[in-house]
Ligand binder design. Structure first.
Ligand SMILES: Nc1ncnc2c1ncn2[C@@H]1O[C@H](COP(=O)(O)OP(=O)(O)OP(=O)(O)O)[C@@H](O)[C@H]1O
Ligand SMILES: [Mg+2]
Length: 452
């Protein structure tokens, strides 16, 4: 049977060119010029592969229409392979499309041989997947995820962290995990829980920065029916859910000041009352908390209770920033490469030497999470069996900033230095101010001035 393809593009000349190309290859094709037509065609016919443009309205280039279409196609049939067409140079859009489930992309103007190869690969892959042949890589990935949280840490700087996890993991002590954005605080929390005798129950997580003041208390402690207007039924709070298990209080610095005494009490005695109830509950909860803020500074400023801090930080684990874990950078990069290559079904096994050098030289203000995203993007872009330096989208740092400096005025430079200092200290104004030789208020004035 000839392969059946659905092509979608609003430009007639593009459709015509594709028609000529694919007819010669024996494809049976169906052309559409709008997202509505694509969805209608999917209702009526079966296809082996879809080749879709990302823009359907004249003069739009955002790709949003195509991305929305992609999500709807994926909702209809997650197995259907979709290849997207993007304008030359719109790499970020291609990456976003791949994250949303596109199997591959071609940039316009396309190379015929490459386009045909991509379509053929996707049709074959989809056929074998439909037959239930899970790719080995995919199986391996699933297996790895089953094994629980993974912490890659071979560098000198991470040894104290590993020691701490080993020693306090099994203990019941409360642990405060500190570190910049993306350093792995949550991974450490999961490991601590997994190595404790509470591990048979799930770890319960509360992100304090995501809760508005109004729902905070009820979220943590629950409420009884009628406690406030919207309380139509009783609600169990996170402390109760975490009974005999672990509660991970993320972004702890955002706990509202007026609730800090109630939190302190449950930490001291295990006792609390749900909102609107006078009946005291007792729980046995181990609390692991995390923040990238300077809690001592917050205590000094009167925004965080010192007695609460002393309860939370029975043990403190400090995660060093990625730039201080040199040896771990290539190991983490390879770990993410394996994960993303399996997820996107790309046969990539390593980085070339130039790519490794760039990874090592980059300052990683977003730490491990940034590395994860950079590698994901590189996996999506890489063509050969190895990831090359250009796939990373990182410029060699020194060169880049030197070039930029030549084009900057004094204010630009000041702004850049402040940005860098804030990134380096994970947004901690006190530490950034000290490093810049400014007072806290002088730094705040500049943050406002530059809208940082
Ligand atoms: N040492 C590591 N080994 C393997 N993966 C890691 C490691 N550290 C972090 N990661 C991964 O990096 C990402 C960020 O980690 P995590 O969410 O734990 O950071 P975080 O410190 O909680 O960040 P944030 O401050 O932004 O909340 C996650 O996907 C995590 O799995
Ligand atoms: Mg986190």
């Amino acid at each position: 049977m000839p392969p059946r393809i659905l092509i979608a593009d609003d430009q007639p000349d593009v459709l015509e060119a594709l028609r000529l190309l694919l007819k010669g290859e024996g494809y049976q094709f169906h052309t559409t010029t709008s997202t509505a037509q694509v969805l209608a065609a999917l209702e009526k016919h079966e296809f082996d592969v879809l080749l879709i443009d990302l823009n359907y309205t004249r003069d739009t280039t955002s790709g949003q229409e195509g991305l929305d279409l992609l999500s709807r196609i994926k909702a209809l049939d997650p197995m259907l392979p979709v290849v997207v067409m993007t304008a030359w140079g719109s790499v970020d859009l291609a990456v976003e499309a791949m994250r949303r489930g596109a199997r591959d992309f071609v940039q316009k103007p396309w190379e015929n041989a490459r386009l045909l190869a991509i379509l053929r690969t996707q049709i074959e892959l989809a056929q074998s997947l439909r037959k239930g042949e899970r790719l080995e890589a995919e199986n391996q990935l699933l297996r790895r995820e089953d094994e629980g949280p993974q912490l890659i840490a071979h560098s000198e700087a991470m040894q104290p962290v590993l020691d701490m996890i080993k020693h306090v993991g099994p203990a019941n002590a409360n642990v405060l995990v500190l570190g910049e954005n993306g350093t792995g605080k949550e991974v450490v929390a999961r490991l601590l829980h997994a190595s404790s005798d509470r591990a048979s129950k799930p770890m319960i997580t509360v992100n304090a920065s995501a809760l508005s003041e109004g729902v905070f208390e009820s979220e943590l402690f629950g409420h009884v029916k009628g406690a406030f207007t919207d309380a139509k039924t009783d609600r169990v709070g996170r402390f109760e859910l975490a009974d005999d298990a672990t509660l991970f209080l993320d972004e702890i610095v955002h706990v509202p000041v007026h609730l800090q005494p109630k939190l302190l009490r449950v930490l001291q005695t295990g006792e609390f009352e749900p909102v609107g109830s006078s009946k005291t509950r007792r729980v046995d909860v181990r609390v692991i908390s995390a923040t990238n803020a300077d809690l001592n500074g917050e205590v000094a400023a009167g925004r965080f209770r010192q007695d609460l801090l002393f309860r939370l930080n029975t043990v403190e684990i400090n995660l060093p920033p990625l730039r201080e874990r040199g040896r771990d950078i290539p190991l983490l990069a390879e770990h993410f490469l394996r994960q993303h290559a399996a997820r996107y079904r790309k046969a990539l096994s390593e980085f070339d030497q130039a790519a490794v050098e760039i990874l090592m030289a980059h300052p990683w203000p977003g730490n491990v999470r940034e590395l994860d995203h950079v590698v994901e993007r590189a996996v999506l872009l890489a063509r050969a069996g190895v990831v090359q330096a250009t796939d990373l989208g990182l410029r060699p740092e020194r060169e880049a900033s030197a070039r930029r400096l030549d084009e900057m005025n004094l204010e630009d430079v000041e702004r850049l230095l402040i940005q860098k200092a804030l990134a380096r200290f994970g947004g901690n104004v006190n530490q950034a101010a000290e490093a810049l030789g400014l007072s806290r208020s002088a730094l705040y004035r500049r943050i406002q001035k530059y809208e940082l």
